[in-house]
Design a protein around this ligand. Structure first.
Ligand SMILES: Cc1cc2nc3c(=O)[nH]c(=O)nc-3n(C[C@H](O)[C@H](O)[C@H](O)COP(=O)(O)OP(=O)(O)OC[C@H]3O[C@@H](n4cnc5c(N)ncnc54)[C@H](O)[C@@H]3O)c2cc1C
Length: 479
């Protein structure tokens, strides 16, 4: 390992490997560091590569288009036609069409690492990144423990933080008005995920569907989140739940229960009437795990002086679905590309790296603040309201538009208002109208994202004010 590089990429997960590959391809000298041993590249924690592993084909196509990497079996473990979201009473469903895949994550990650190395990035495993080196309000390198557990300091013009949600870099940045150092606990889902081999007892497409990724919205089963059953190859399933802590506490208190993520997870597996004879599928020791995922908009700025962030370190997962694979892939590519440009231009300040903010917002980020508001709204509805709302408030197309962060007209709004019954339902519908309006406003604010850091502080205040107003209006109310 040298003492100095153009770019250090911390974390060889999805975002990190692509950022390293792209930056090296752009001519930068790149060091890619990760704490895992090489055979376990991309493993998030001791629990494994904890994830639902579902990704839309559009995101994979973006990678192929930009890098020329093609994906196939075995990393694309199983193809699905789309995602189907069910109401708590299972009587309504919204099918989100669009080809997608459930990945074999360890194999997928190994392929991305190979790409990074083929492009010329220097990779070192078993390196624990402990924090950034800061000089004159600028990140100029990282420190940590090398494979012999010896203290090491390495310098670079730019550090790309791809360390995932528990990042030791973003949290240790100097106080600054670009990147939040902490993520609020109410914006985090605690998740559990098991992979099983199973036999299907009978056909019931609400509980297991070989052709679709199923989502169960249910504030009792998964307060403030949802449960999922994603089919994998040869009868295997990826099954899990995500819960919001505040919602779980309120639910437990109201129902006099003491459930935890672990008990809820086990109950969810047991209540599935289709999956029988479950055997934990523990290849790569990845059968059972728990981890966290942030469900807020990505950090308002993804750059600081000498610093860029991509993937979960920047809270990029979709606030509604918690899908973070797509944004991590997109952000990794864009961060690497912009880092290489900045190295050529010789400007590593936030201003010199600003193009990355613009590129990410354009391709993905501009819709997420609106989705965060929609998520907070959903968490304020109990099962009865979700059942009623999915049946009466929205057409399937409107729901799908909202789910993708597209502002819908709610064309049938006035008609619905005439037929809605009960003050609580009418109130929930008015709140939905408010959410759609707020999503529209936030979309406009994001289309005015400052072209340079000048004006960012004022812009950010507009976002925070709007978010603050929405969050004050909606409180978790699972039961
Ligand atoms: C249970 C669960 C289910 C999910 N389901 C889906 C889904 O179905 N679809 C979807 O799109 N998204 C899903 N997500 C989100 C998705 O998994 C993440 O968004 C994605 O993994 C982010 O990739 P990343 O590269 O940013 O970070 P990570 O995958 O977390 O990679 C970070 C890398 O950095 C390394 N690292 C961390 N700290 C250090 C350190 N201090 N020193 C050195 N190395 C370090 C880690 O070992 C790892 O290799 C889910 C998340 C969870 C928790």
């Amino acid at each position: 390992m040298k003492e100095r590089y153009d770019v250090i990429v911390a974390g060889a997960g999805l975002a990190g490997s692509l950022a390293a590959g792209m930056a090296a391809k752009g001519g930068a000298s790149v060091l890619l560091l990760d704490r895992n041993k090489e055979e376990e590249v991309g493993k998030k924690t001791n629990w494994g590569w904890v994830c639902g592993d579902a990704v839309a084909n559009d995101h994979l196509k973006f990678v192929t288009q930009k890098l020329g990497i093609k994906f196939d079996k075995p990393e694309l473990d199983h193809r699905v036609d789309g995602v189907v979201a069910f109401s708590p009473d299972m009587k309504s469903k919204f099918p989100f069409d669009g080809e997608g895949y459930i990945l074999d994550r360890p194999i997928f990650e190994a392929k991305l690492l190979k790409y990074a190395r083929d492009c010329g990035a220097e990779y070192h495993s078993l390196f624990e990144v402990e924090g950034p080196i800061i000089e004159n309000n600028c990140v100029v390198g990282i420190f940590g423990k090398d494979h012999e557990k010896k203290h090491a300091e390495i310098r670079a013009k730019i550090v790309i933080d791809a360390l995932g949600i528990a990042t030791s870099l973003r949290r240790k940045l100097p106080e600054n008005h670009y990147v939040d150092r902490e993520v609020d606990i109410s914006d985090v889902e605690s998740t559990g995920r098991y992979i099983y081999e199973a036999d299907a007892d009978h056909e019931d497409l609400t509980w297991y569907d070989e052709k679709n990724a199923l989502i169960h919205l249910n504030q009792n089963i998964a307060p403030g989140g949802y449960g999922w059953v994603f089919p994998k190859s040869n009868g295997k399933v990826n099954i899990g739940i995500g819960v919001q802590k505040a919602s779980l506490d309120i639910r437990n208190q109201k129902l006099g229960r003491k459930d935890t993520l672990h008990t809820l997870m086990d109950d969810y597996v047991k209540m599935n009437p289709v999956l029988r004879n479950l055997r934990l599928y523990n290849a790569h020791n990845n059968g059972k795990g728990y981890w966290q995922v942030a469900v807020r908009r990505q950090m308002d700025s993804l750059v600081f002086n000498g610093y860029m962030g991509a993937g979960d370190s920047m809270a990029m997962p979709n606030p509604i679905s918690a899908g973070g694979i797509g944004p991590a892939l997109v952000a990794g590519i864009l961060a690497g590309e912009e880092a290489a440009k900045a190295v050529q231009n010789g400007d590593f300040s936030a201003k010199g790296l600003w193009g990355y903010n613009l590129a990410f917002n354009e391709i993905y980020g501009k819709k997420t603040a609106g989705l965060e508001v929609f998520r907070v709204y959903l968490q304020s509805l109990n099962n009865d309201l979700i059942n009623y709302g999915m049946k009466n408030f929205l057409t399937s197309k409107e729901a799908i538009d909202l789910g993708y962060g597209r502002v819908t007209e709610l064309s049938l709004a006035s008609k619905f208002k005439m037929i809605l019954k009960g003050a609580t339902n009418i109130n929930a519908f008015s709140n939905l109208v408010y959410v759609v309006r707020t999503m529209d406003d936030l979309g406009k604010i994001y289309s005015a994202f400052p072209r340079t850091p000048d004006g960012f502080v004022e812009w950010r205040k507009r976002v925070k004010d709007r978010m603050g107003e929405a969050k004050a209006r909606f409180k978790p109310s699972p039961v």
